[in-house]
Design a protein. Structure first.
Length: 385
């Protein structure tokens, strides 16, 4: 089997994901990088060999005869880079969020439909073992018919990750409801079998502020240190920050299920908890891929039963994000070669962004209800087919 020639756009914090596609002689090989940063070129050659091509010229990258490429650039460049790849006939792995506006997502869907190009979305949480097991149990009827769902996301390193660079500015990411929430909203949609229709939200920046700026380099540009505490002690934050560090979103899904998503960027712990309640029980995760992660299920009457009626422990998985990264890359490579159904969905990724954008609009307008715009039915039908 001839190796697929794989390129990478953007070799920054998420660059390690693409390494799972570098399997010379086994079906795929990383051969090229586009990145404006010369230091990224050096890191890429050190990792994948001196014979790879590295360039700061996007047109030159597009002309290399690639079979597929990973778009791992900053969020505000996702749309531009994915459109360029689709136009060049190159299969696309697009990291979440799909784009930073609903309109941008729709342009990508329409471009893929018109070109017949292969557009794959990097919602790797659909490949995390605990999410997949929750999905299996819910679909099997373990809690009856789902009616209520919520996610609490404790972003313990929020200040380190998201308030020291471009993530902290609306013009580059719209809201952290996209950068972080796109994962969780997509999982809520998937577990509940529907997309958000109406959204109401509130949020604020309650801890971080521009006075925590300064000359100190962000942690990833210097010595890695994720032990700075408490959050108000952090320095080197982006003085132009204008995104919220707390967001709370209520969603009514198209199938009537009521859902909520809560995100906080100054908690001491870093994980997320999904709770789905149905007509015959409740399911909940504790841990999200770390050793000791367990799913608990309640389907009998109790006053208080912290361990649930059933527990499903999950073993430790190798690979990033609880083993999800190698799995999602393997599915993408199979999709490039063979096409067919995938567990991730461009349409679902679009609705995750649309719900996040609607949430940002609502919370910044005083919690007014916002209707999530529907995707073009013709485009939806194309991708479902």
């Amino acid at each position: 089997m001839t190796d697929l020639a794989i390129g990478v756009i953007g070799y920054g914090l998420r660059g390690n994901l693409a390494a799972h596609a570098h399997r010379p002689g086994e079906g795929s090989r990383l051969v090229a990088l586009y990145d404006p940063d010369a230091a990224a070129h050096d890191r890429f050659r050190d990792r994948f060999g001196s014979d790879v091509t590295t360039t700061a010229d996007l047109d030159a990258f597009l002309g290399l005869g690639l079979d597929a490429a990973f778009v791992l650039s900053p969020d505000y460049l996702h749309e531009e880079h994915a459109l360029a790849l689709l136009d060049a006939g190159i299969a696309v792995y697009l990291e979440k969020p799909m784009a930073i506006t609903t309109e941008g997502c729709d342009r990508l869907l329409e471009a893929a439909q018109k070109s017949g190009g292969r557009l794959y979305l990097g919602h790797n949480m659909r490949h995390m073992p605990f999410v997949r097991e929750m999905k299996r149990l819910i679909d099997s009827g373990a809690i009856g018919e789902p009616k209520v769902a919520w996610c609490r996301h404790f972003v313990g390193n929020g200040g380190d990750f998201y308030f020291a660079d471009w993530h902290a500015e609306r013009k580059y990411g719209t809201s952290l409801l996209l950068q972080k929430g796109a994962h969780d909203i997509d999982v809520l949609h998937w577990l509940c079998g529907s997309y958000s229709r109406d959204v109401t939200a509130m949020g604020d920046r309650m801890v971080y502020d521009p006075s925590q700026g300064g000359e100190e380099e962000p942690w990833w540009q210097g010595e890695r240190n994720l032990k700075r505490w408490p959050p108000k002690s952090l320095t080197g934050l982006n003085p132009k920050m204008d995104v919220e560090d707390v967001s709370m979103v209520h969603m009514r899904l198209q199938n009537g299920i009521l859902a909520s998503y809560e995100q906080c960027h100054f908690t001491p712990d870093y994980w997320r908890n999904y709770t789905i309640i149905g007509t015959e029980g409740r399911i909940e995760n504790f841990g999200n891929g770390e050793p000791g992660t367990v799913i608990r299920l309640w389907n009998q009457r109790h006053q208080y039963a912290p361990d649930g009626d059933h527990s499903v422990p999950l073993g430790e998985e190798e690979g990033g994000h609880g083993g999800a990264d190698p799995r999602i890359v393997a599915e993408f490579l199979r999709y490039v070669r063979e096409g067919g159904a995938t567990d991730t969905s461009p349409v679902a990724a679009r609705y995750a962004v649309a719900a996040g954008c609607a949430g940002a609009e609502s919370l910044r307008a005083g919690s007014v209800p916002v209707r999530v715009p529907d995707a073009n039915p013709e485009v939806v039908s194309y991708f479902e087919g």
